[in-house]
Design a protein around this ligand. Sequence first.
Ligand code: ZN
Length: 152
Amino acid sequence: MEIGDLYRDVILDHNRSPRNFGRLEPADAEAVGHNPLCGDSLAITLRLKGGRLEDVKFNGQGCAISVASASLMSEAVKGLPLTEVEALYQEVHALLTEPAHVPARPLGKLMALAGVHEFPVRVKCASLCWHTLHAALARPVTAATAPTVSTE
Ligand code: ZN
């Protein structure tokens, strides 16, 4: 399948019916992310268990790319050990920012995000959820207020 087809089909599908949309109550960690350039705003809640990302949900409002990316991310990271989540974060960052990046691991549907590279203004839309997840994991559990990240 051409990357262009994969991009269009996967992004459309995940934008139309986002997976893991909502909030976990209670959650072990939470973060809020904003992309002022586009107006995307996402909140991510997650549960941790035994060094794993046991569950994750996101909600908020954003463009098709930001919502589809968050949906794809939620599917990809759910159930993974935190070390794997971090490795995936690094891979997706490289996929979005480095031309012709060849992933060191199979990325499955996340490869659709490689298509975002053709639209530089959309890179921050696609990476917002990942930065937000990263912020949530960096300051988990008992934080009184959720950390907020901005792509600017
Ligand atoms: Zn956007």
